[in-house]
Design a protein around this ligand. Sequence first.
Ligand code: MG
Length: 339
Amino acid sequence: MKTKILMVALMLLAMTPAIQAKSSTKTVAHRGYWKCEGSAENSLASLRKAHDVGCWGSELDIWLTSDGGLVVNHDPKTLDGLKIEETDFKTITKSKLKNGETVPSLKDYLKAGKKLKPMILVLELKTQSTPERNIELAKKVVDMVKSMKMEGQVEYIAFSNLVGTEIIRLDPNAKVAYLNGDKTPAELKELGYTGLDYHQKVLKNNKSWIREAHDLGLTVNVWTVNKADDLQYFIDEAADFITTNEPELLLELLGNVADKSYLYVLPSLTKGEEDAKREAEKLAKITAAWSDADRQQAFASFAKMQEWQQSMDDEEALAALPHLELSDVPQESRTTDTE
Ligand code: MG
């Protein structure tokens, strides 16, 4: 039994770094959380629902009206066909969304968001029809955020490099990510961006960019990822943020990684789920202070054990135990007083 427990312990220990690394990805609700009852894209309800299900952040889209007002909407036109850039603020904010709300002003949206702290608001500034309007939009949004003292609760994203670099100029401390997918991480760093926020195809076609961005100290966000296998791909790739229409699915995947992943390697080696959970909790504490190198070593040992276990029954796995390279595993992991 002691050898059994040692093997279980080693597996659990070795899994801990993987669990910690994977669960660092954060969930951003795309246009709020709107695929649920009573919600609609970019509505105040979608903002609150993003908060209620536990999102780290909620994204929204901002347009400038003909008379210089700021409103939250995705498309250039409202549902009733009004072109936002050619219509005044008062008229646009009377226009209805699909859930019966009216198009929110940015001010009302930020006010509502402020109450949902610490959820982050990811502000997308939509590309306007002229460079002058792009500059005006950037200035007005940054000014409004500053006047509401919400600098610490917002991040900015834009497809337009003019808009992005203008925000950086106006607020050098702002977190600003570029959306358009046509610049390398090094180019973005040079321009002063703090992150990239690219379509998933761009990041799948340029597989080195996530690591390059991280090496440069840039954050990585990816849009709009909705399928479980794609979400898992970017969790595994250690994207900092995933922007999704399915925040509950992403949160569940992240939760499963953190809470349940040990189950698939332990079906025959523990007394049951509760037993394994207790072990995992205890051993997670031991590994909390490990160095990255120790974690990597432990992870390599785990991979070996997992391979063996999948191809063997319980007895065979135990018989193979003497071949385990205990020297591969950090000293702390060898001390177990489980039984
Ligand atoms: Mg958007």
